[in-house]
Design a protein around this ligand. Structure first.
Ligand SMILES: Cc1cc2nc3c(=O)[nH]c(=O)nc-3n(C[C@H](O)[C@H](O)[C@H](O)COP(=O)(O)OP(=O)(O)OC[C@H]3O[C@@H](n4cnc5c(N)ncnc54)[C@H](O)[C@@H]3O)c2cc1C
Length: 652
C-alpha cells in the first residue's frame, strides 16, 4: 500500500468524519473507523476496484459548500474543537522540552518556596526607623550587619553541561533570542506568534473558502481560541508549568486576543453582507453587544493607550470581556457554553488563588533619594524567591479611590534564611516614582522634620509571581547580573542569595558580576551599605568572587564638565568600580566567558557549568543583553556550557 496515498486518503476520511459531527467519546472510535475505512479504500483503489474515493463519492459531503446547515455547523464545531487539540499538543511538546529543567528544579528542593507569602514570628510589627535628620528615610534598602559565619566552606563541584545542551543553548541564543526590530519581541517569540496565527488561518480556511455562506466559521475559530486566551492571561494558570510566568506570556495573550476580536468582527461583517441589520432580532442584539465588546477590548489595548492610561485600559478590558462573554452566551448558547464554562473555571480558580495569595497588613513607607521610595512589610519575610514580584494594593497612601488599583513590584529583598546579612528580612519593595500612583506613594512617604519613625500604611501584598522560575542561578558556573535603574530590585536579591549559598557551600557558582547602570548616582546610596556588606561577606567568608561595576549616565554636579566623559570616580561601595560611561555588556560577557573557559581547562572538564545572565531594566537594556549573548562566538559559548538568559522588564 502506498503510504502517501494512504495518508492523503486518511486526512480526507477524517475530515469527512468531522463533517458528520463526531464528538467526545465517539471521536476515538470514529478515528479507528476512519483508519480502517481508508485502508480498505486504498487497498481497493490499488487493485482497481474503486475508481473514485473520498467522502464526496460516498455521499458524505466533504466540502462546506455542499453541506446542509447542520452539517456546516458540525464542521465549524469540529474545527473549534480541533483548535483545542492543537493547543493541547503544543503545550505537551513544550512540556517535553522543559521536562529536564522541571526535573532539576524538583530535585534541588528550591521549588518548595515561591508560592505563598509567609509571616515570621521573629518579625515585630514595628515601623522602620528614619535617619537622624528625618529627611530622607533610612537611605538604605537593607541592613548590612554581617552574619557570624567564620569558616569558608568549599563550593559545590561544577557539573559540566553536556555538549548537546551547550549547543542547543547556543543555537537558541543566536537565533531565537535575537531581538526582533519591532514589537519588542525576540525572533523566537515572533516565530511562536506566526505559528499560532498560521494555525488560526488554517482553521479558518480548511474546507471553507466561501466565508460569506459559511459566516459561522470565523465565529467558531474565534470562540475556539477563548480557552487559550484565558490561560495566557491568568496569573495562576497551569501554563506556568512551562517555566514562564504569566507576565512573560502576555504577548501571546495579546496576539490571541486580537485574533479572537478579528474573527468576531469578520463574522459580523460576513453575516451582514447577506442579511439586513435588524436590532429587533434577539440574535442580532447579542451579536451587536459582542461587537461593541470587541471595540472595548481592542482600542484601549493599543500599546500607547495601555501605557499612558493604564487604569482606563484595565476598566474597559474588564467591561469588554464581561460584555463579550454574556453576549456570546445569548448569541450561541449551545455552541459557546462549553467554552464559556472553561473560561469561567480558569478565571474563577485564578481569583480564588489570588485571594488565597493576598496578605493584608501594615508596611513602612520611606522616601529615598533619586525619586524612589521603599515599602517594607512589617510581617512578611518568606515564602518568595529572589526575582519574584508581588502586586501591591494601598487604600490610604495615594487616596482611598486608589484602593481598587493593584500595581506590580519586584521584591527587592531575599527571603529569611537566604541572606548572609543579619537583621530584618522583611519583604521590601523599591519603587520608582514613575506616574500618578507611584508619585502619590512618594508624597505619602515624606515625613516631617523631627519624626523618628517612617510613615506606616495599611496595604495588601498579592503574590509571589513570576521570577526566574525554572532558571537556577545557583547551579551555574558563573553569573552575570545586569540591572538598569530600579531593575536592581530583581538582581540584588539574586546576588544576596548566591552569597548566602556560598557561605553554606550550596552553590557551584564561582563568580558573580553585577553591572548596574543608573541615571542618578544618588540611587547607589540606598544600596551602598547592602552591597558593601555582601562584598565583605563574599571576600572574607566564601570562595565566591563578587565583582560590582556601577555606571552613572547623568554626571553628578560635583564632577567638572570637562572630566565627565567616560570618567572613573571613587565608588562608595568597597571593591567596586564607578564610571560615568555606559557599560559594554558584550565586552563584560566576553570577559566572563574567557574566565569560565580558562577555569574549565584548569579543572580538566570537557565543558563548563554554564553562565546564567539575569537582567532587569528598560527594554533597550534587555535587548542589548540578548544581542550580547548572541554575539559570543559559538565555540566559546559551547565551551562555557552554554549561556542561559533570564530577563525581566517592568511592563508588558
Ligand atoms: C513584573 C513587574 C515588576 C515591576 N517591578 C517594579 C519595581 O520593582 N520597581 C518599580 O519602581 N517599578 C516596577 N514595575 C513597574 C511598576 O509596576 C509601574 O511603574 C507602576 O505600576 C506605575 O504606576 P503609575 O500609576 O505610577 O504610573 P503610570 O504612568 O500610570 O504607568 C507607568 C507604566 O506602568 C504601567 N502600569 C501602570 N499601572 C499598572 C498596573 N496597575 N499594572 C501593571 N502595569 C501598570 C503602565 O502601563 C506604564 O507603562 C514593575 C512592573 C512589572 C510589570
Amino acid at each position: 500500500m502506498d503510504p502517501l496515498l494512504f495518508a492523503r486518503a486518511l486526512v480526507v476520511e477524517l475530515a469527512a468524519e468531522h463533517g458528520r459531527g463526531h464528538s467526545g467519546a465517539n471521536a476515538s472510535s470514529s478515528v479507528v473507523a476512519s483508519v480502517a475505512a481508508t485502508a480498505r479504500a486504498v487497498v481497493a483503489s490499488a487493485t482497481g476496484a474503486v475508481q473514485a474515493g473520498g467522502p464526496a463519492a460516498k455521499g458524505g459531503g466533504g466540502g462546506a459548500g455542499s453541506h446542509g446547515v447542520s452539517s456546516v455547523s458540525a464542521w465549524n464545531a469540529a474545527i473549534a474543537r480541533d483548535f483545542q487539540y492543537a493547543f493541547g499538543l503544543a503545550v505537551v511538546v513544550f512540556l517535553l522540552f522543559v521536562t529536564p529543567l522541571i526535573a532539576g528544579w524538583a530535585a534541588n528542593g528550591r521549588w518548595k518556596s515561591g508560592w505563598m507569602l509567609r509571616s515570621s514570628a521573629a518579625e515585630k510589627d514595628a515601623p522602620v526607623a528614619v535617619n537622624e535628620k528625618g529627611e530622607k528615610g533610612t537611605e538604605k534598602v537593607r541592613d548590612a550587619v554581617v552574619m557570624d559565619v567564620f569558616d569558608r566552606p568549599a563550593l559545590l563541584q561544577v557539573v559540566p553541561t553536556s555538549a548537546l545542551t551547550a549547543y542547543l543553548r547556543t543555537l537558541y541564543n543566536r537565533i531565537l533570542l535575537r531581538p526582533f526590530p519591532i514589537f519588542h519581541l525576540t525572533l523566537g517569540q515572533i516565530a511562536l506568534c506566526i505559528v499560532y496565527g498560521a494555525v488560526v488561518v488554517f482553521c479558518l480556511f480548511f474546507e471553507c473558502l466561501d466565508h460569506l455562506s459559511n459566516f459561522n466559521r470565523t465565529a467558531a475559530v474565534g470562540v475556539g481560541q477563548l480557552p487559550a486566551l484565558f490561560l495566557f492571561a491568568s496569573k495562576n494558570s497551569a501554563l506556568s508549568a512551562l517555566g514562564q510566568g504569566y507576565e512573560k506570556m502576555n504577548y501571546l495573550h495579546r496576539v490571541a486576543g486580537r485574533l479572537v476580536v478579528l474573527c468576531g468582527l469578520l463574522h459580523a461583517v460576513f453575516y451582514l453582507v447577506k442579511h439586513p441589520f435588524d436590532l429587533s432580532e434577539p440574535m442580532q442584539q447579542s451579536g451587536t453587544a459582542c461587537v461593541i465588546a470587541c471595540g472595548l477590548l481592542l482600542i484601549p489595548s493599543v500599546s500607547y493607550v495601555r501605557n499612558t492610561f493604564y487604569q482606563f485600559f484595565l476598566l474597559s478590558h474588564i467591561a469588554g470581556w464581561i460584555t463579550f462573554l454574556v453576549g456570546l452566551y445569548y448569541h450561541a448558547p449551545d455552541f459557546a457554553t462549553p467554552y464559556l464554562i472553561f473560561c469561567f473555571v480558569v478565571y474563577g480558580l485564578d481569583v480564588v488563588l489570588r485571594v488565597a495569595k493576598t496578605r493584608f497588613g501594615k508596611a513602612s513607607i520611606v522616601a529615598l533619594p533619586a525619586n524612589t521610595l521603599m515599602i517594607q512589610s512589617h510581617t512578611i519575610s518568606s515564602g518568595f524567591r529572589p526575582g519574584q514580584h508581588v502586586w501591591l494594593r494601598t487604600w490610604k497612601a495615594g487616596g482611598w479611590w486608589r484602593g481598587w488599583e493593584t500595581h506590580p513590584f519586584t521584591i527587592a529583598s531575599a527571603p529569611e534564611g537566604a541572606s548572609p546579612l543579619q537583621g530584618s528580612h522583611r519583604l521590601t519593595l523599591l519603587v520608582k516614582a514613575a506616574g500618578d500612583y507611584t508619585t502619590a506613594l512618594k508624597k505619602a512617604a515624606e515625613v516631617s522634620l523631627g519624626d523618628s519613625s517612617a510613615k506606616v500604611i495599611g496595604c495588601a501584598f498579592e503574590g509571589p509571581y513570576g521570577g526566574p522560575m525554572l532558571t537556577d542561578f545557583a547551579d551555574a558556573q558563573s553569573v552575570l547580573l545586569v540591572a538598569g535603574g530600579s531593575g536592581i530590585t530583581f538582581c540584588a536579591p539574586i546576588l544576596e542569595e548566591l552569597v548566602y549559598l556560598a557561605t553554606v557551600g550550596k552553590t557551584s557558582v564561582r563568580s558573580v558580576t553585577l553591572v548596574w547602570t543608573m541615571r542618578e548616582a544618588e540611587l547607589i546610596e540606598s544600596y551602598q551599605a547592602f552591597l558593601g556588606g555582601l562584598v565583605e561577606v563574599a571576600r572574607e567568608r566564601t570562595a565566591l568572587e563578587v565583582k560590582i561595576s556601577l555606571h552613572v549616565t547623568r554626571a553628578p554636579l560635583n564632577v567638572p564638565p570637562d572630566t565627565r566623559v567616560n570618567a572613573t570616580l571613587p565608588s562608595p561601595v568597597p571593591h567596586s568600580t564607578l564610571s560615568l560611561a555606559r557599560p559594554s555588556i558584550s565586552y563584560v560577557l566576553d570577559d566572563i566567558a574567557s574566565d569560565v573557559v580558562s577555569m574549565t581547562t584548569r579543572m580538566n572538564l570537557a565543558c563548563g557549568g554554564g553562565i546564567v545572565v539575569g537582567s532587569c531594566g528598560p527594554r533597550h537594556l534587555i535587548e542589548e543583553v540578548r544581542r550580547a549573548v548572541g554575539q559570543v562566538p559559538v565555540a566559546k559559548a559551547v565551551a562555557v556550557g552554554g549561556i542561559v538568559v533570564c530577563g525581566e522588564t517592568f511592563g508588558w
